[in-house]
Design a protein around this ligand. Structure first.
Ligand code: SF4
Length: 709
């Protein structure tokens, strides 16, 4: 049997062909017909089938325990869901709807996201649902909304082959979005005039393959982008007509970027001023200017401003809505985009509606026939949920397909918060999730290939994932777990689904007339066409130039934006950074990130022997000067201490990090490493005030050789 599906790791969303042999063995290969990856797969995708063939760590049955000192015991689905419904009802009655919360994941399918959102916002009456996408994409979401009017990625992957300058800032696609990077490399190989500019304090594989590497000091991205903006203005590279006809805010923007000379900016960034001129000249003379970014901009206490400073460069040059041009935030998770579409964040409702907008709430309440009013204030976001558990404002949390005890910042505090929680439900595929140890109820979920549904990748491309295998034991699709629970809560009529297709159909109807209109999409259509890009309204065609039967390739091709006056908004953003200060005790800046062959908290990739060979253990990259100042040898065990915790890992001395900066991969947790390499013991709890995204890229630490006590 042959099945076409989609990779469930990163937001590139590569098409995969799965072959099922008569003996049940699976093989995978890249889907040559899929427009995103054209047959290519990276190391993670090529080994994806091993994660479902090895069932050794699967959660197989619902389990509960009487109290945290007792072991988990197998129970029936009815017992687990009825008991949980009784606890939720009691807490809601006693403390109100905001006493419970759901913390979900960019790995959830669109249908699952939609159902949890519907349950808590439309039936429980709280906006306490947030997702681990808060940790990676929320600064981009706010940046898009403020500048373009809505959370809308304007470009598509085919813009790669139309661009001649790539500005890659705070991203390492060579490792983290490898298939996009291969498309860029192939395009450059065929077109030697193409230029790649990489902005990163680390010399990553992306930086090594770039024409210009700008190794800025951590936290100085806005200084750099404003300086490039100034140069674009001074050198006459801006598009005056576009600025006048389609934007607001240019005067204030110009005043802001003129406040620093280029030499001052270069000094703050720690790079050569000549390189800023080169970058501005390449961008200014290009026909296609595509910028790509991820966590280096988003995971910052000034993440929204960083996003705005980059989007500004497209708006002053008019490089948006045209082939090969536009800002392109790469998503880290396979369905972070789908979760945003259905409103799976504490501040939004389905189809990019807003919880603070009374008309939007009324539309959604009417559509759902809600028995309660949708709350008019945003709910708790990811880190806020754990703060609220710690001080007992939040009593119960239901965690679905994410591993916050590895991925949240300041993990010692997060772990204490989960210990204090009155009721913890963990719904997951794997017993390797570090949260299982803290759960009162564990619910076994079906994995990739074991359930059907849809996902949206980073270019707004929706694909259908078929069910290929039966889930082991009593594991159930996440959507079914939620609709069964909602029925136990007393909402049987509104959650009387039998299939994921019914859920998807309902979701498409709530998008009617919005900018995320997918009323023309159905499982049948996706099976026939393989994938389409939203918007895709009823009638079956996308909008704008280059669009057609497979949806909308590019947004804003007519230069009208989703703001109320249809004009894009330039923002004069100050270039300060409010990250945790370094001092004599903690003089180094720690940045965290991914490595090539692991994904997130390793609950999947960590089980594949081949992938573990790349980097079997966590390590700390430190510059030779910083190592020498501290008497550290390459490969030596070092202690990394911060204001909140410590880790013990081997040092890797390298000039790939700037002096004053060190790098630690974020993948390892207690389950795998007994706390020794848990990077987020060290990260701080600061968040961007608007996006609520944590500042993972800038924490103050000191590193010393480890000496046994
Ligand atoms: Fe999967 Fe991303 Fe690799 Fe594609 S690039 S195969 S989506 S991990």
């Amino acid at each position: 049997m042959i099945h076409q599906t989609t990779c469930c790791y990163c937001g590139v969303g590569c098409g995969i062909v799965v072959r099922q042999e008569p003996n049940g063995r699976l093989t995978v290969e890249g889907d040559k017909e899929h427009p995103s990856n054209r047959g290519m797969l990276c190391s993670k995708g090529m080994n994806l089938h091993y994660t479902v063939m090895d069932q050794s760590d699967r959660l197989l049955y619902p389990q509960m325990r009487l109290n945290r000192s007792m072991p988990l015991q197998r129970v029936s689905w009815d017992t687990a869901l009825e008991r949980t419904a009784a606890v939720f009802r009691t807490l809601i009655q006693k403390y109100g709807p905001d006493s419970v919360a759901f913390y979900v994941s960019g790995q959830c399918l669109t249908e699952e996201y939609y159902l949890v959102n519907k349950l808590i916002k439309g039936f429980i009456g709280s906006n306490n649902i947030d997702t681990n996408s808060r940790l990676c994409m929320s600064s981009a979401v706010v940046g898009y909304k403020l500048s373009l009017g809505e959370d809308s990625v304007p470009v598509c992957y085919d813009d790669i082959e139309e661009a001649d300058v790539f500005y890659v800032q705070g991203a390492n696609p060579a490792w983290c979005h490898p298939i996009i990077w291969r498309r860029i490399e192939a395009h450059k190989a065929a077109n030697p005039h193409v230029k790649i500019i990489c902005v990163d304090p680390r010399r990553t594989d992306t930086a090594r393959s770039s024409d210009l590497h700008l190794p800025i000091r951590p936290g100085t991205d806005i200084v750099l982008n404003n300086a490039i903006g100034r140069l674009l203005i001074e050198k006459g590279y801006i598009d005056d007509e576009f600025i006048v006809d389609h934007t607001d805010g240019f005067t204030a923007y110009r005043e802001q970027v003129m406040q620093r000379t280029i030499d001052e900016a270069a000094d703050i960034c720690g790079i050569n001023a000549d390189d800023m001129h080169v970058a501005a000249d390449w961008i200014g003379r290009s026909k296609g200017f595509l910028s790509l970014w991820t966590m280096g901009l988003n995971q910052s206490v000034v993440g929204v401003n960083k996003n705005l400073s980059l989007i500004n460069l497209h708006l002053i040059t008019g490089r948006i809505g045209k082939p090969g041009n536009g800002p392109f935030s790469l998503t880290g998770q396979p369905n972070a985009m789908g979760g945003r579409e259905v409103g799976g964040l504490a501040n939004v409702l389905p189809a990019h509606r807003d919880v603070t907008n009374a008309a939007h709430r009324a539309e959604v309440e009417a559509f759902w026939n809600s028995p309660v009013k949708i709350a008019d204030k945003p709910g708790l976001t990811a880190t806020e949920m754990f703060d609220a558990l710690a001080d007992d404002r939040l009593k119960a949390i239901w965690i679905i397909n994410t591993n916050p005890l590895v991925s949240l910042p300041d993990l010692n505090a997060a772990e204490n918060a989960l210990k204090k929680a009155r009721y913890v439900v963990v719904q997951d595929v794997s017993s390797r999730a570090d949260t299982v140890a803290f759960a009162d109820v564990v619910l076994p979920a079906a994995a990739w290939l074991e359930k059907e549904g849809t996902m949206t990748n980073a270019e707004r491309r929706i694909t259908y994932l078929p069910k290929v295998l039966n889930a082991p034991g009593e594991a159930l699709p996440d959507a079914e777990i939620i609709w069964r629970f909602a029925q136990k809560m007393g909402f049987a009529d509104a959650f009387s689904y039998n299939t994921a297709a019914e859920v998807y159909l309902e979701y498409t109807q709530i998008t009617a007339g919005t900018n995320v209109d997918v009323t023309g999409v159905s499982y049948e259509l996706l099976k026939a066409k393989r994938s389409v890009q939203w918007p895709y309204p009823a009638g079956g065609r996308g909008q704008g130039a280059g669009s057609g039967e497979t949806g909308t390739k590019r947004l804003f091709t007519d230069q009208t934006f989703y703001t109320t006056n249809q004009r894009a908004q330039l923002h004069a953003v100050p270039d300060g950074n409010n990250s945790e200060p370094t001092d004599e005790n903690f003089p180094l800046v720690l940045t965290t990130g991914r490595i090539r062959d692991q994904w997130h908290t390793m609950t999947k990739t960590g089980r594949v022997a081949k992938l573990n060979q790349h980097a079997p253990q966590p390590f700390l990259q430190i510059h030779p000067k910083d190592a020498s100042d501290r008497g550290i040898q390459d490969g030596q065990l070092v202690e990394v201490k911060g204001r909140r915790g410590e880790v013990r890992v081997k040092a890797q001395i390298t000039e790939d990090v700037r002096p004053g900066l060190c790098f630690l991969p974020m993948h390892w947790g207690k389950f795998l490493n007994s706390n020794l390499g848990r990077a987020n013991n060290l990260t701080n709890a600061l968040i961007d005030p608007r996006s609520k995204e944590p500042d993972f890229k800038f924490s103050a630490v000191e590193v010393t050789p480890y000496r046994k006590p």
